[in-house]
Design a protein around this ligand. Structure first.
Ligand code: URP
Ligand code: ZN
Ligand code: ZN
Length: 480
């Protein structure tokens, strides 16, 4: 029997210690050797001097997610996996819903069943919208025991948002159970107030989505989310940061030693609010929350990435088509405030980040790897198995052609959504081969993987989200 099932030869490999010209030996789906020259191998792939990067870890994807209004995102785990592989991502973290008045255990079991057809490996966040005593005391601990180590809470959206008291209760539960809390930071009442005024003034076109939620509402909620997390001594990750003034709240808290991390997304690097000002309903294609901002703001977000304040770039992939009755138009076209929020981006995340980041000289290849794979894996408790090219890690690899110039079209992304907000965007750098646990699942755009071959990634307690042991006056209210 061959010592290696697969040898990837002749690559410029992004190891945890920087780029190295070496071969990679794979056995039973894991990396077992990194050496200048590895002989043999049942199968040999010649990287031809190209970059070999860890498979992308997208820690923020809404896939086949049931929403409180009764619809399900128009993307199955099969189509989402296809798009992930096409774009160089091998692991996703997606969201188990909770509806107000409902439980989480039944949602966990139903969502776990839906995810069993995935080809990408997957873990779950648990959304918490209704932290009633029985949810906090019984159901959430049961779901967490099944390996769901991150909770998502919303400080806005009508059927989802938490009051400060509810948010504190979730933070305290997370502290006790050893979970990360991820937070959607926008001020709900401020947005509602702006929406009411915009509607009263007859301003209902898609572009007013951005007017309803300017950076100050994001900054305020980010500040509050961090302050309350600090009070409880519970680590949090601020999701989808769109602007420097929100990121500055994170930087300030970090300077105080608070365990808070910030995620941003490609939409805040290449889209602007002006994209929503297209004729008719077209602007809905770019509608997500927080809103895309301005070209100047994009520059400031890059600055925050370079400073390490924003250390994860996820897609926030959402499955709403433009032309279908169940997509962006489900509530009509006349009122921006009822258009479902969110845009597709799972397959385009890595090419956009590489092109805008590495090819344009804003970040190094090593920083690209940290933002797209290593940091999300660390933060989500998926390391050392995911997010790195190292002996012992899963053999999730992407052969990357750093010179290839591609014009993004929807067909290239292979998702189930009928559009991409990045149609026509020119990128330099493209994934040419994706390997998941030692199996070639995408070669030159052809995805080949059996539905159900993805693995659930249960997560145990991990050190990164341990509290600091710092509470006001030494009185630990979360213990009670
Ligand atoms: O607009 C967005 N981001 N929709 C998805 C749900 C969320 O807030 O993450
Ligand atoms: Zn969110
Ligand atoms: Zn999201």
């Amino acid at each position: 029997m061959a010592e290696f099932d697969l040898v990837v030869r002749n690559g410029e490999v992004a190891t945890g210690y920087g780029l190295a010209r070496c071969d990679i030996g794979v056995k039973d789906g894991r990396i077992v050797a990194l050496a200048e020259r590895i002989a043999g191998g049942e199968r040999v792939l010649d990287a031809g001097g190209r970059l070999v990067l860890p498979g992308g870890v997208d820690s923020h994807c809404h896939i086949a997610q049931p929403e409180p209004a009764g619809f399900v995102h128009e993307e199955s785990f099969v189509t989402a996996s296809r798009s992930a592989f096409a774009g160089g991502t091998t692991s996703v973290v997606c969201f188990i819903p909770q509806f107000k008045g409902g439980g989480v255990w039944e949602q966990f079991t139903a969502y776990r069943a839906a995810a069993s057809e995935a080809m990408a490996d997957y873990a779950f966040h648990q959304i918490v919208t209704d932290p009633r005593p029985e949810i906090l005391e019984r159901e959430l601990p049961a779901v967490i025991a099944e390996g769901v180590r991150s909770l998502k809470v919303f400080l806005t959206y009508d059927p989802l948002h938490l009051t400060d008291a509810q948010y504190l209760a979730v933070l305290a539960l997370a502290r006790r159970e050893g979970c990360l809390v991820t937070v959607h930071c926008e001020n709900h009442d401020a947005i509602r107030w702006r929406i009411a005024a915009l509607k009263a003034a007859g301003l209902t076109a898609p572009k007013y989505h951005a007017w309803a939620r300017p950076p100050v509402v994001e900054r305020e909620a980010t500040h509050r989310a961090i302050a309350l997390a600090e009070l409880v001594d519970q680590p949090i990750q601020v999701f989808h940061v769109s602007c420097a003034e929100a990121a500055e709240e994170i930087a300030r808290a970090r300077a105080r030693g608070v365990k808070v991390w910030g995620e941003t997304c490609p939409q805040y690097l290449v889209l602007t609010a002006a994209d929503m000002d297209r004729p008719g309903f077209e602007g809905a294609k770019f509608m997500c929350s927080p809103s895309p901002r301005s070209v100047e703001e994009q520059g400031r977000v890059w600055q925050m990435i370079r400073q390490g304040v924003l250390d994860v770039v996820s897609s926030d992939h959402c499955g709403f088509s433009y032309g279908t009755p169940d997509g962006k138009r489900m509530n009509g076209e006349d009122d921006f405030s009822v258009v479902p929020n969110g845009i597709p981006g799972l397959g385009s995340r890595l090419p956009i980040l590489f092109s805008e980041g590495v090819s344009k000289g804003r970040i190094t290849v090593e920083e690209f790897v940290r933002l797209s794979a290593a940091n999300p894996a660390n933060l989500m408790g998926l390391a050392p198995r995911k997010g790195r090219i190292a002996v012992g890690a899963d053999a999730d690899l992407v052969l990357w052609d750093a010179e290839r110039r591609v014009t993004i079209t929807n067909a290239l992304l292979q998702h189930a959504i009928d559009y991409t907000p990045y149609e026509g965007l020119e990128v330099t750098g493209w994934p040419v081969c994706t390997i998941r646990r030692g199996e070639v699942v995408m070669q030159d755009g052809r995805v080949q993987a059996a539905p159900g071959s993805g693995r659930y990634l249960p997560r145990g307690r991990y050190a990164l989200v341990a509290p600091r042991g710092v509470v006001p006056d030494g009185f630990d209210a979360a213990r009670l």
